[in-house]
Design a protein around this ligand. Structure first.
Ligand SMILES: Nc1ncnc2c1ncn2[C@@H]1O[C@H](COP(=O)(O)OP(=O)(O)OP(=O)(O)O)[C@@H](O)[C@H]1O
Ligand SMILES: [Mg+2]
Length: 291
């Protein structure tokens, strides 16, 4: 049995399902990536796991305990980092950490200080004076300090700069090494792909795919945009290239796997500009699952 489980978990608002018949099983010690675009139902799921909102039907369990009825017991061994915060503006960072720690009991001060250092948080400042990213960092320090058996993180890196995202990654990997189970929501594949053992894709409240990263590898496509100076060559026969669209001098295509074939083909052609970016979740959904 998984350490975090949901069984046909459903939340309906009016006639709209925010989460629909969700079945998840997350093994102990696993990092689970919960991926979905805005409004997919990630936060709603996490709030049901936390016992903050009541499911319309179905159930969720953590440590084999019911999230709705045995909330207090679960929370002794669980920490949560929300994606957006309502912190107390007039408290300093240090006072905030003390207050949040008191909700959990013991906190290892030494370990907390290493986190403060890694995330470069200034605990002496008033929270009101923190930037958005610094507030997020303070919440991460608070949530990670306890080394709880389960960590629920709701888009924890939104607002963090690339350097801090890197710090976040290494801290999460250390938590995993300690055996913590981590549930991490996100809307970018690249963010979870380096961390997660398993990924679940959520769209409009429904889980459309779940699997290991190897099983999902086919989803991590790159989009190439190539502008040619002269005649437009045919890219559609090149290895690993698909979905070729020509607009004027610009060709857009998707590439999964090695770009060797494409690069060899382009060599010697009059390429004016080449842009490559990671496909967004919306693009991945469109190309793999249609509408
Ligand atoms: N209290 C509420 N009342 C009505 N509808 C709600 C409520 N909370 C959430 N919803 C709806 O449920 C759906 C899922 O919302 P949710 O916040 O779980 O999405 P999300 O995946 O966390 O999105 P984001 O990436 O923007 O944080 C949305 O359509 C949202 O409008
Ligand atoms: Mg959300």
């Amino acid at each position: 049995m998984g350490i975090v489980e949901t069984h046909d978990l459903t939340k309906t608002y009016g006639d709209k399902s925010a989460v629909k018949n969700l079945n998840l099983s997350i093994a102990e010690g696993e990092v689970f990536g919960f991926l979905g675009p805005n409004g997919a139902g990630k936060t709603t799921t996490i709030r049901m796991l936390l016992g903050l909102i009541k499911p319309t039907s179905g159930s969720a369990q953590i440590f084999g305990l019911d999230c709705e009825k045995e909330t207090a017991q679960i929370h002794k061994r669980l920490a949560y980092v929300p994606g957006e915060s309502n912190l107390w503006g007039s408290l300093t960072g240090e006072q905030t950490l003390k207050l949040l720690s008191s909700l959990h009991g013991e906190v290892d001060k030494k370990f907390q200080n290493t986190l403060i250092e890694k995330f470069q948080v200034d605990p002496s400042k008033k929270v009101r004076a923190y930037s958005k990213g610094n507030r997020q960092k303070l919440l991460l320090v608070a949530g990670l300090s306890f080394q709880t058996d389960v960590l629920l993180l709701d888009e924890p890196t939104s607002g963090l700069d690339p350097l801090m995202q890197e710090v976040f990654r290494s801290v999460v990997l250390e938590a995993k090494e300690r055996g913590q189970t981590i549930f991490l929501s996100s809307h970018t594949l690249s963010e979870v792909e380096v961390l997660c053992d398993q990924v679940g894709l959520l769209r409009s409240g429904e889980l459309i795919e779940v699997g290991t990263l190897d099983q999902m590898r086919h989803l991590s496509a790159l989009t190439y945009q190539i502008t040619f100076e002269g005649a437009i060559p045919d890219l559609s026969k090149i290895e690993n290239v698909r979905r070729v669209v020509v607009e004027g001098q610009r060709v857009t295509c998707e590439l999964v796997g090695k770009p060797t074939g494409l690069l060899a083909f382009l060599n010697g052609l009059a390429v004016e500009k080449l842009i490559c970016h990671e496909a967004s979740l919306e693009e991945i959904f469109l190309s793999h699952y249609g509408n």
